[in-house]
Design a binder for this molecule. Structure first.
Ligand SMILES: [Zn+2]
Length: 122
């Protein structure tokens, strides 16, 4: 371990991105399976969503799950973006102001696109 070294280990970050990507892909696959199951269940019951309280609940749960899948897919794109920046040699540079992103921030949030100053400005 390098003492007080203000840089970070890009290969370690890349490994973590790979792990996150695998975990996120797995989660999306699981959620998709659950989503399809829900759709099949609601179609199978031939429920009238407007008048059947259970049908309305299923519709709500389905939309919640759909939102979670969207979120996970966005996360996946951010991970791919960060991985691309590593291969381009641009990783750790704020996309907004061009400053070096603090290593502690990258450590906590490897997919961060901007420095903490720009992130809190929005
Ligand atoms: Zn910035």
């Amino acid at each position: 371990m390098s003492n007080g070294d203000p840089t970070y280990d890009e290969s370690r970050i890349a490994d973590r991105l790979d792990e996150q990507r695998a975990a996120t892909e797995q989660r999306i696959a699981e959620m998709r399976a659950g989503f399809d199951g829900m759709v099949a269940a609601s179609e199978g019951s031939n429920a009238d969503d407007e008048h059947d309280p259970e049908g309305a609940t299923i519709a709500f749960e389905r939309s919640q799950l759909g939102a979670l899948i969207d979120q996970a897919e966005l996360q996946l794109r951010e991970i791919a973006h960060a991985a691309q920046k590593i291969s381009d040699g641009k990783y750790g540079v704020c996309e907004s102001c061009g400053a070096q992103i603090a290593p502690a921030r990258l450590d906590a949030r490897p997919i961060a696109r901007t420095c903490i100053n720009c992130a809190t400005k929005r």
